[in-house]
Design a protein. Structure first.
Length: 47
């Protein structure tokens, strides 16, 4: 059974959780993780 739709409330912060499938690692190397953090930082500045 699929989960329900997310409730999106404008101007309200969201809690973001990054998880791998079956509790496996999401990022395989430090460069991938650094790229993710940089991308997240840029998005934070934009929005």
């Amino acid at each position: 059974m699929p989960r329900g739709r997310r409730l999106i409330v404008l101007n309200c912060p969201h809690h973001v959780v990054q998880r791998g499938h079956d509790k496996k690692a999401v990022f395989v190397c430090d460069e991938d993780y650094a790229h993710y953090l940089n991308t997240l930082e840029e998005a934070k500045k934009e929005f």
